[in-house]
Design a protein around this ligand. Structure first.
Ligand SMILES: [Zn+2]
Ligand SMILES: [Zn+2]
Length: 296
C-alpha cells in the first residue's frame, strides 16, 4: 500500500479507537486530510459514516448530536413515546424522521382535547398544554387561598417566609425520610431539597421575577428532572410565575392555617405519612430552624 505522509492515526491518535472494524482500510494508511468516507464507532456505541478530514476537525457522533436521525434510535417518536398520544393526526410530518430538537412546528392535542401548535424542540424540553397548565393553576386544590389568619406576631418575617421549608424538613425528620439539600450531584445543578427514596425534588419561592435568567435556569432544572424521572414540586408564593412542566403549589399569605394545608398537600403528593399539625408544632419547628436548618 502507498505510504501516506501524515496518516489519520499519526495526526489523531485519540480518535483511532473510534475507527470502525467495518473499514477495510487501517487508520495509519490513510491521510488525515482524506475526503474518503469511512465508518466510525463512537464511545456512545453508535456507528456512522463520515469523511476522514471532517472527523479530525471536531465532528463527533451525528446521532448523539441529532444531526443524523435514525428511525428507532434518536428520532422524536422513539425519544418521546410519552408525547405521541398528543401528536395530532393533522400533522403531515412523520415523527420518526425528525430529531427531538427540531425547530419545526407541529400540531398537538392534549388529553383534554385542547389543540395547539408548538415547536418539537419545545415539547422535548417539557413545554406542555398551556390551557391545561392555566386550568391546573387555578384549580382550588392547587391554590391555597387567603383564609382567616392566625397572626404570627411571635415570629420574624424572615422566618415566616421560611415556614414551608422549615416545616417540610421538620416533618421529614420526624418521618425518618432521607433528604439532601442543595445537592448538585443529582442533575448537575443544585436541587434545593431532594428526596432520594421518592425521586422527588422540591423547590421554594423562586423565581421572584417574571422573566430573566433565574426563571430560565429553573425551567432547565425542571427539564433535567423530567429527563431523569424525578418529580418536581414547586411551592410558589402567589406573585411568582408558575411553571407548566412540574407540579406547582401556589399559596398566598403566611398564616399557619395556610401553611398547614400546604405542607399536608406536599406530603400527600410525596406519599409520606407523618403526624402533621403546624399550629401545634410551630414552636418546635421554629426552634429546630434556629438550631439546625437555618443555614441550609
Ligand atoms: Zn452517538
Ligand atoms: Zn390541554
Amino acid at each position: 500500500m502507498k505510504a501516506v505522509k501524515i496518516s489519520f492515526a499519526d495526526k489523531y491518535p485519540d480518535l483511532v479507537s473510534e475507527w470502525s472494524d467495518r473499514n477495510e482500510m487501517e487508520p495509519d494508511h490513510i491521510s488525515y486530510g482524506s475526503n474518503k468516507k469511512v465508518w466510525w464507532k463512537g464511545s456512545c456505541g453508535h456507528e456512522w459514516e463520515a469523511i476522514v478530514k471532517n472527523r479530525g476537525t471536531g465532528h463527533g457522533c451525528p446521532i448523539c448530536s441529532s444531526n443524523l436521525i435514525i428511525p428507532g434510535v434518536n428520532d422524536f417518536k422513539s425519544r418521546h413515546p410519552e408525547l405521541m398520544p398528543e401528536w395530532s393526526e393533522k400533522n403531515t410530518l412523520d415523527p420518526s424522521t425528525i430529531g427531538e430538537f427540531a425547530n419545526r412546528t407541529a400540531i398537538w392535542r392534549c388529553r383534554s382535547g385542547h389543540e395547539w401548535k408548538a415547536r418539537i424542540a419545545d415539547r422535548s424540553k417539557g413545554h406542555g398544554c398551556k390551557k391545561c397548565a392555566d386550568i391546573a393553576a387555578t384549580k382550588p386544590e392547587n391554590h391555597i387561598p387567603k383564609k382567616k389568619r392566625i397572626p404570627l406576631r411571635n415570629f420574624s418575617y424572615t422566618f415566616m417566609r421560611q415556614i414551608p421549608k422549615a416545616s417540610i424538613l421538620y416533618y421529614l425528620d420526624k418521618a425518618c425520610e432521607k433528604y439532601r439539600i442543595n445537592d448538585d450531584s443529582i442533575i448537575g445543578i443544585p436541587i434545593k431539597l431532594y428526596l432520594p427514596d421518592k425521586k422527588t425534588a422540591i423547590e421554594f419561592y423562586k423565581p421572584h421575577g417574571n422573566i430573566g435568567i433565574s426563571y430560565t435556569e429553573e425551567w432547565v432544572k425542571n427539564d433535567l428532572c423530567r429527563r431523569n424521572h424525578i418529580n418536581m414540586i414547586r411551592l410558589l408564593e402567589k406573585k411568582c410565575k408558575a411553571f407548566d412542566n412540574c407540579i406547582c403549589l401556589t399559596y398566598e399569605g403566611y398564616s399557619l392555617e395556610i401553611m398547614d394545608i400546604l405542607i399536608k398537600k406536599v406530603f400527600a403528593l410525596i406519599r409520606i405519612e407523618a403526624d402533621m399539625d403546624i399550629i401545634r408544632d410551630i414552636f418546635n419547628i421554629a426552634l429546630l430552624w434556629e438550631q439546625s436548618y437555618k443555614d441550609m
